[in-house]
Design a protein around this ligand. Structure first.
Ligand SMILES: [Zn+2]
Ligand SMILES: [Zn+2]
Length: 337
């Protein structure tokens, strides 16, 4: 099959890769109809997260058609259209039962193979899905971007708003208007926020945030910054955005972070946290646990407007370059096998 594989830092290529096969009775093979490049793929691309084997098939956002299932797979059959969350989960361990599928005891992240162990990703023609019956969710159309987004950016945006404790009447700041930040805008307004300030440096992303109902804020202009918000939803994953999120909060406010962080320390001190009576919540979104409500919210929110590019899988390396460099208005790049 053809697949987008990691070769080294800032080096990805569409290459031939072995067709995946059923390895466990709980596996399924999915023929990918639509996949996407995620901001967290860029951490790997840029070398901010290291350890990936060269030749790893990248990507954890995909939807498509079930081709084949193992003998122990229940609820999913060949011909079904499905979306995958970005990691697999068993549905039965304590983490899964608590609604924290992202910390499933036997779950694996798609697109991460290290030392020969792990799971290839979905930026490919075919992908093997372990724990298929408890990981995949049926959708009407494997080519629908809204369904695809439920598996990661929509569920992550919802989780971010939930971590922030967003409720009716709240004033909320969203730091970073990439796909997850934009989905957090949608989720926060859906949860009853009175006003959502959307901060970014790029005017086209601020325009998208406005289209979803946010108040756009040019983050480089101190005069535009809101003050004393109830919740700051940090969707960038950098120390400077965490610092900004901290400074915008009222005393007793909540700082929530659902992007991938790789720095060793927080951007505020214990003393500053004490002086603000801060609540800080962070972590990887339990995409499977949130997938059904994410499908529902995505379907009625017009989220496909964040798609800036649809390109053939064969040209995926170009997709990484423009998304990495924020070139050509790249906000969300979809890949079509
Ligand atoms: Zn992702
Ligand atoms: Zn589990």
């Amino acid at each position: 099959m053809r697949a987008l594989t990691f070769q080294g830092i800032k080096d990805v290529a569409c290459t031939e890769a072995p067709d995946p096969t059923l390895e466990q009775p709980t596996d399924a093979i999915v023929r990918v109809e639509l996949s996407a490049i995620c901001g967290s793929d860029l951490h790997v691309y840029r070398g901010a997260e290291a350890g990936l084997d060269p030749g790893t098939v990248l990507g954890h956002e995909f939807a498509g058609e079930v081709l084949e299932v193992g003998s122990a797979v229940e609820g999913i059959a060949p011909g079904d259209r499905v979306v995958a969350p970005f990691s697999t989960s068993c549905g039965a361990c304590p983490a899964c039962e608590r609604g924290l599928s992202s910390r499933c005891e036997v779950g694996q992240l798609f697109g991460w193979v290290e030392g020969g162990q792990g799971l290839h990703g979905g930026q490919a023609e075919l992908v093997r899905v372990p724990l298929a019956g408890t990981s995949l969710v049926k959708v009407k159309d494997g080519r629908d971007p809204a369904a695809l987004f439920a598996g990661d950016v929509m569920s992550t945006g919802m989780y971010l708003a939930a971590l922030g404790g967003v409720g009716p009447g709240d004033r909320v700041a969203v730091i970073g208007c990439g796909p997850v930040g934009l989905m957090a805008v949608v989720a926060a307004l859906d949860m009853g926020a009175a006003e959502v300030f959307a901060l970014d440096l790029l005017e086209d992303r601020l325009e998208l945030a406005r289209s979803f109902g946010a108040t756009p804020v040019q983050a480089s202009d101190p005069a535009q910054l809101p003050a004393a918000v109830d919740a700051s939803l940090e969707a960038v994953g950098s120390p400077s955005s965490t610092r900004l999120a901290f400074e915008l909060l009222r005393p007793g406010g909540t700082l929530a972070a659902a992007g991938v962080h790789v720095e060793p320390q927080l951007a505020f001190s214990p003393g500053e946290a004490y002086d603000k009576n801060l609540t800080y919540r962070a972590g990887r979104s339990p995409a499977r646990s949130l997938l059904e409500p994410a499908l529902e919210l995505a379907a009625r929110s017009g989220v496909d407007r964040i798609v800036s590019h649809r390109i053939p899988l064969a040209e995926a390396a170009h997709g990484y370059r423009i998304f990495d460099g924020r070139l050509d208005g790249a906000t969300k790049v979809l890949l079509e096998p």
